[in-house]
Design a protein around this ligand. Structure first.
Ligand SMILES: NC(=O)c1ccc[n+]([C@@H]2O[C@H](COP(=O)([O-])OP(=O)(O)OC[C@H]3O[C@@H](n4cnc5c(N)ncnc54)[C@H](OP(=O)(O)O)[C@@H]3O)[C@@H](O)[C@H]2O)c1
Length: 326
C-alpha cells in the first residue's frame, strides 16, 4: 500500500517520501482501517519536524487523525470489521496512507450513510469545539460568543455550534474572504483583526456588556484584546496557540473582572472522560442530521498532493478544513 513516510525529521517539503510499504498489523488496542478521508492539520507539519508533542520513532507516516472502514483488529478491541470509524492514528502508522492504524479507545463509530469527508470533521474538529463550548464553557442561549480564527477548522465548527446553541456569535479573521465565510456560516458580527481595533469593536458590538464566552485557538495579542472585554463571570476557553506566543492571564485581572480561564485538551477526554466524548458525539450527530451544522471542507486532496496541502496550511491560505481522500 502507498504511504507518506518520514525517515529523518525536518521540514515536510524535504522529508516526506511517498512509498510502497506492507500493510501495518494492529497490536493490542489498535485497529487497521482502509483510509477513506482524513483531516490535514498544521500539527502534521510539526510532527514531521519533530516539534509536536508526540514524537514517534522514524520511519513514520504522519496524519494524526483519520477515518475509514475497519479491516482488522488487534487484541482487546471491541470494534468490528466493516465498522465506519474516525479516530486518532496509532503512530507510526498514521493517516497519510491507504491504510492506517488507529487507537481503538479513541475511535468513534459513525452511521454508514454519512460521507467520510464529513465523518472526519465530525470527529475531533467538532468534538473540540463542542466540549469547549458546552462542557467547559457552559454556553447558554443569548450569550455573546467570540470565536477567534473563525475561518479555521475548529473556529468554523465553534461558530456553527454557537449559532445552534442560540448564542450571538462574533468572529475574528484575517482576510475579506475569511470574514465573508464566517458570516455565511452564522456569525452575526465579524472583525478583521489585521485592520480593526478588536477591543473597541467588541465593546461597541456588545454595547458594553462584554463577551460571555471566548473560544480561543490563537493566543498572542488577540487573547489580550479578548480577555480585556470579558463580561462579568465570562469564560475564556484556551484551545490553542496558532499565533505562537503563549498568553498570560494575570491573576489580579481574573479576580477583579471575575472571569474564568478554562483549558481545553480534547484528545485527553478520550482517555480520562470518555462519557463526555460520547455525549458530545450524540449531540453532534443529531445537529448534523437536522442540518444545523455542516462541516466546512475547504477542498479534498489526493494522496500525492499532501505536500501541497501542508504548504497551503503553512501559508495560512485555507478556509475550513483540508481533507485527504487517498
Ligand atoms: N485543544 C485542543 O484539543 C485542540 C484541538 C484541535 C486544534 N487545536 C489547536 O487549535 C488551533 C487551530 O487549529 P486548526 O487546525 O483549526 O487551525 P487551522 O484551520 O490551521 O487555522 C489556524 C488559523 O489560525 C489563525 N492564525 C493566527 N496566527 C497565525 C499564524 N501565525 N500562523 C498560522 N495561522 C495563524 C489563522 O486565521 P487568520 O488568518 O484568520 O488570522 C488560521 O486560519 C491550533 O493551534 C491547534 O493546535 C487544539
Amino acid at each position: 500500500m502507498k504511504a507518506w513516510r518520514v525517515h529523518q525529521k525536518g521540514h515536510y517539503a524535504e522529508v516526506l517520501a511517498l512509498e510502497d510499504i506492507p500493510s501495518p498489523e494492529p497490536g493490542p488496542g489498535e485497529a487497521r482501517i482502509r483510509v477513506r478521508a482524513g483531516t490535514v492539520n498544521f500539527a502534521d507539519i510539526l510532527l514531521c519536524q519533530g516539534s509536536y508533542q508526540d514524537r514517534p520513532p522514524v520511519p513514520f507516516t504522519p496524519g494524526l487523525e483519520t477515518s475509514g472502514v475497519v479491516e482488522a483488529v488487534g487484541p482487546g478491541v471491541a470494534l468490528a470489521v466493516g465498522d465506519h470509524v474516525a479516530a486518532m492514528s496509532a503512530l507510526p502508522a498514521g493517516g497519510f496512507a491507504e491504510q492506517a492504524l488507529v487507537r481503538a479507545p479513541a475511535a468513534l463509530a459513525f452511521p454508514r450513510h454519512i460521507p467520510f469527508t464529513d465523518v472526519t470533521l465530525l470527529y475531533s474538529t467538532y468534538q473540540t469545539a463542542h466540549v469547549a463550548l458546552h462542557h467547559r464553557g457552559r454556553l447558554s442561549a443569548g450569550d455573546w460568543l467570540l470565536v477567534l480564527a473563525g475561518a479555521s477548522g475548529v473556529g468554523s465548527a465553534a461558530i456553527q455550534l454557537g449559532v445552534a446553541a442560540g448564542a450571538r456569535v462574533i468572529a475574528t479573521a484575517g482576510s475579506p474572504a475569511k470574514l465573508e465565510f464566517c458570516r455565511q456560516i452564522g456569525a452575526s458580527h465579524v472583525i478583521d483583526h489585521r485592520h480593526e481595533d478588536v477591543g473597541r469593536r467588541l465593546a461597541e458590538i456588545t454595547a458594553g456588556h462584554g463577551i460571555d464566552v471566548v473560544f480561543d485557538p490563537v493566543g498572542g495579542p488577540l487573547t489580550e484584546a479578548a480577555r480585556r472585554r470579558l463580561a462579568w463571570e465570562g469564560r475564556h476557553l484556551v484551545v490553542g496557540f496558532a499565533a505562537g506566543p503563549i498568553p498570560d492571564f494575570p491573576a489580579n485581572h481574573v479576580l477583579v473582572k471575575n472571569y474564568t480561564v478554562l483549558g481545553v485538551h480534547w484528545s485527553a477526554y478520550t482517555k480520562h472522560a470518555r462519557a463526555t466524548v460520547d455525549a458530545a458525539h450524540r449531540h453532534i450527530l443529531d445537529l448534523y442530521e437536522r442540518r444545523q451544522i455542516q462541516p466546512a471542507i475547504a477542498r479534498t486532496v489526493a494522496l500525492d498532493s499532501v505536500p501541497q496541502a501542508l504548504r497551503a496550511l503553512e501559508s495560512r491560505d485555507v478556509i475550513g478544513r483540508l481533507v485527504l481522500v487517498p
